[in-house]
Design a protein around this ligand. Structure first.
Ligand SMILES: Nc1ncnc2c1ncn2[C@@H]1O[C@H](COP(=O)(O)OP(=O)(O)OP(=O)(O)O)[C@@H](O)[C@H]1O
Ligand SMILES: O=P(O)(O)OC[C@H]1O[C@H](OP(=O)(O)OP(=O)(O)O)[C@H](O)[C@@H]1O
Length: 229
């Protein structure tokens, strides 16, 4: 059998991942038809490419169905938890940088910090009879962060995309999402709360601690790790 390496199947992370491996003498490419999710690895023996959604790579690593995987640290920490014992971080890859932040409407002039948000959330509940809604797909990370900063009177509402639009749509009062250039926040008249972000993320090469390895796979994995060191 072969070592399986999971790589994002499209977009910014896929191209930069291919470039990162190419710079280390390992050629990855998509094969087959344009929309076909098949790929190949050249330049090293016994390694198979598995093209996956970036958000599914943590689960595949944790299930031991892939030996290595490239995805954002945000997705691994959200899906597997901080300090989990299912994966090792082998190498930060220097791209895919994004901060997970909490943002509120620009026009909330009295809300600049998490303490302000806590006060606004208590006032919101008293006024409206329900808790201030924060839209996010990062439930675990945002809940832990807000708890650690003493923000209590809120509820998370799930948003799997176009999160910055939820306020205009009337389904949330605040958002917690990834930002890199800040353009999406600006375009939607949102401001980031002061202080450290929930998380600073970048694309990272992870290794599964639980993927079974026969002798051939162990040798291929050792050769691959040596090449990447
Ligand atoms: N604007 C951005 N700039 C840089 N990195 C980003 C940005 N948005 C998301 N990312 C990062 O890209 C990674 C993949 O996120 P994304 O949400 O696009 O994946 P996904 O939901 O798995 O995509 P799909 O399921 O459509 O394949 C995450 O680690 C995230 O931090
Ligand atoms: O700070 P910026 O450079 O503007 O990037 C931030 C945006 O990028 C991501 O969305 P994506 O493009 O993946 O679409 P999505 O909203 O459907 O997840 C993220 O969820 C933000 O919406």
């Amino acid at each position: 059998m072969s070592v399986k390496i999971g790589v994002p199947s499209k977009g910014r992370l896929m191209e930069k991942t291919f470039d990162w491996f190419a710079a280390r003498g390992i050629a990855m490419k998509r094969t087959g038809a344009e929309r076909e999710y098949s790929g190949a690895v050249e330049g090293i023996e016994g390694v198979d490419l598995v093209l996956l959604s970036a958000s599914e790579i943590p689960r595949e690593l944790a299930a031991g169905r892939i030996h290595l995987g490239v995805t954002g640290t945000d997705l691994v920490r959200e899906k597997l938890g901080n300090g989990n014992d299912l994966v090792d971080e082998l190498a930060p890859m220097g791209f895919g940088h994004a901060d997970l932040i909490v943002a509120v409407p620009d026009c909330w002039v009295d809300v600049e910090t998490l303490d302000d948000l806590d006060a606004a959330a208590a006032a919101f509940r008293a006024d409206h009879g329900f808790r201030l809604r924060i839209a996010t797909k990062y439930h675990r990370l945002v809940r832990d962060y807000l708890r650690a900063h003493g923000v209590a009177d809120y509820q998370l509402v799930d948003s799997q995309g176009a999160t910055e639009g939820t306020i205009r749509n009337g389904t949330a009062e605040a958002v917690a999402d990834i930002t890199s250039t800040g353009e999406t926040l600006r375009a939607n008249h949102l401001k980031i709360l002061d202080g450290e972000p929930v998380l600073r993320s970048q694309a990272t090469l992870f290794a599964s601690r639980v993927a079974p390895c026969d002798a051939a796979e162990a040798a291929a994995l050792a050769a691959l790790k040596a090449r990447l060191a």
